[in-house]
Design a protein around this ligand. Structure first.
Ligand code: T5A
Length: 220
């Protein structure tokens, strides 16, 4: 298998991305079942989170009253550095499939396009935090911000600090994802307004097309 960071033979790294309520957690679960049915033993993780440090950072990010934008970025990258070091790189080195619920595209969408931090600085700091590790394939679940918020409301889920950032902020985030899909050929879009099973089929179609060696016959 090809290594996105030039580290040699390794597993496959998949990121699911998208705005609030776009169905990432749901699709990670469906994808994990699909992978297990085919004999894989995937490593599943989420951001921020996935390590002891990361879960503490997640609590601060989602629950603290006031987190300045630059502090928010640095906290997210602190959590990501731990996740990459403790979970993702070891799993890839062991040849595992790693599926993460959010990764660096979230930081570009939320902290650069959403909060207004300089894109070049956010990109450079992310590269430093991850040692330039990037997913082999990122799938953006594309959904309008209002539709995602409506799903949360329907599920009776109260908003966390970032979800309370306002309609304009979340519209910028959703639009940023659409832009980011166009800028990187390792990023693909799926229409997340479709029913869960239809979205799942689209995710699998992308995986088998983009990573056929692992998921059907040829290479990622
Ligand atoms: N953050 C994170 C940053 O600002 N920068 C970063 O770099 C990173 C990594 C994380 C927060 O941190 C921010 C972004 C976030 O604000 P979180 O709780 O993990 O917080 O937030 P989300 O990742 O957005 O998780 P959500 O639970 O809000 O959304 P999901 O996972 O996209 O959606 P899911 O699967 O939980 O589904 C939401 C609801 O919709 C239903 C589900 O049943 C559920 O009720 N649903 C569907 N309904 C209809 N049709 C479908 N296709 C559906 N799929 C799911």
């Amino acid at each position: 298998m090809a290594a996105a960071d030039g580290a040699g033979e390794r597993g496959v790294f998949i990121a699911l991305e998208g705005p609030e309520g776009s169905g990432k957690t749901t699709q990670v679960g469906l994808l994990a079942s699909w992978l297990r049915d085919r004999g894989h033993d995937p490593v599943l993780t989420r951001e921020p989170g996935g390590t002891a440090v990361g879960e503490e950072v997640r609590r601060v990010l989602l629950e603290a009253d006031n987190v300045p934008a630059l502090s928010e970025l640095l906290l997210i990258l602190a959590a990501r550095a731990a996740l990459v070091d403790e979970v993702i790189r070891p799993a890839l080195a062991a040849g595992r499939v790693v599926v993460t619920d959010r990764f660096h595209l979230s930081t570009l969408a939320y902290q650069a396009y959403g909060r207004g931090l300089p894109l070049a600085d956010v990109t450079a700091m992310n590269t430093f935090a991850t040692g330039a590790l990037e997913p082999d394939l990122t799938i953006v679940l594309d959904l309008d911000a209002a539709a995602g918020a409506a799903r949360h409301a329907a599920a009776g889920r109260g908003p966390d600090r970032i979800e309370r950032a306002g309609n304009e902020f979340h519209a910028r985030v959703a639009e940023a994802y659409r832009l980011l899909v166009q800028e990187d050929d390792r990023v693909e879009r799926v229409d997340a307004s479709a029913p869960e099973a239809v979205v799942h089929d689209a995710v699998i179609a992308l995986l088998t097309r983009r990573c056929p060696e692992t998921f059907s016959q040829a290479e990622c």
